[in-house]
Design a protein around this ligand. Structure first.
Ligand code: BDR
Ligand code: CA
Length: 312
């Protein structure tokens, strides 16, 4: 599979990149950085450092994209520490970012190989929305768009109604869901259901003592502490890397449904909420077209196995 990852590189974004670099059959063709978790230039350094740690320095270009959301001001995520890497203090990578803008890189790569490139969008959707506004043909030329964001009509992680990626740029999310892409959506609801590693799984990874399992141990430290305070046990959550694992191996999906996904852009309390509903609502409403497949349950065992393979 030929893949572009659009990322706000921090914590779990980096394990997703490791999966894409290390899983046989996957070619990570480019990384595009988007506004999100931590200050923009730090995210670029985190992406470059991750590529270097994985042994792919100079082989995967990194492009800089949108530095702020479309309408509302940027807000950092507090999940991953100030540097997004739990203070792991990785050396500055030798590779430097490209000069071409991420939006143009996405358009160029997709239009050069229509129907061949998948995009994994694991950040606010600003870059993808700007790309499809500039070149609407990419909606049909991207083979598949795998999105991590929103909830399945459930509780979010940044507000009770919203997940971070859609909350930060709901206008961009709305544009992307209305653009005609072939979308699979992996939500925060799925994250809490299928992506968690419990204490025994974490011990198994730490016991591997490989350079990449050590990278995982260090970079996941702050989110694990936050999760322990919030959920009462030392779990680790993997919204982005589960989405990547599903993209690389859709057999992980145990249950999914076709749905209409609409993003709330105006609600005072519900801004960034993803309404996930069937195409026909009743006679007060027009019929809506299905615009995404929403993953409900994925195999935690299969995901855990893929992560261990990537770290080995
Ligand atoms: C998403 O937001 C970010 O904090 C994570 O990187 C992930 O993409 C989870 O809400
Ligand atoms: Ca992310």
């Amino acid at each position: 599979m030929r893949l572009i990852i659009d990322t706000d590189t921090a914590g779990d974004d980096t394990y997703s990149m490791l999966l894409a670099m290390k899983t046989p059959g996957s070619t990570l063709e480019a990384v595009t950085v988007c506004v999100g978790n931590v200050p923009f230039d730090q995210q670029v350094e985190n992406a470059l450092a991750t590529i270097e740690v994985a042994g792919f320095s100079g082989k995967i270009p990194v492009y800089c994209g949108a530095r702020r959301p479309m309408v509302k001001p940027w807000e950092p995520s507090t999940m991953h520490g100030n540097d997004g890497m739990s203070g792991a203090n990785l050396p500055i990578a030798r590779q430097r970012p490209e000069t071409l803008h991420a939006v143009d890189a996405i358009i160029e790569k997709v239009m050069a190989a229509p129907g061949e490139i998948d995009i994994l969008a694991q950040a606010p959707l600003t870059n993808i929305a700007l790309a499809v506004m500039k070149e609407p043909r990419i909606a049909k030329a991207v083979r598949h768009l795998w999105i991590m964001g929103g909830t399945d009509n459930s509780v979010g992680n940044i507000t009770p109604c919203a997940e971070y990626n859609f909350f930060i740029d709901p206008e961009a999310a709305r544009i992307v869901f209305e653009a005609g892409f072939n979308i699979t959506l992996s939500t925060w609801t799925l994250t809490m259901r299928s992506s968690l590693f419990e204490a025994d799984q974490l011990e198994e990874i730490f016991a591997m003592q490989t350079p990449l399992s050590e990278f995982y141990r260090k970079v996941s430290a702050v989110p694990r502490q936050t999760a322990e305070a919030r959920y009462g046990r030392p779990i680790s959550t993997h919204p982005d890397s589960l989405t990547c694992a599903i993209a690389l191996n859709p057999d992980l999906i145990e249950s999914a449904r076709d749905a209409v996904v609409r993003i709330e852009t105006m609600g005072e309390i519900t801004r960034g909420f993803s309404a996930v509903h069937p195409p026909v609502l009743g006679n007060r409403w027009p019929d809506f077209k299905v615009n995404a497949r929403v993953v409900e349950v994925a195999s935690n065992d299969g995901f855990f196995w893929m992560m261990k393979q990537a770290f080995s």
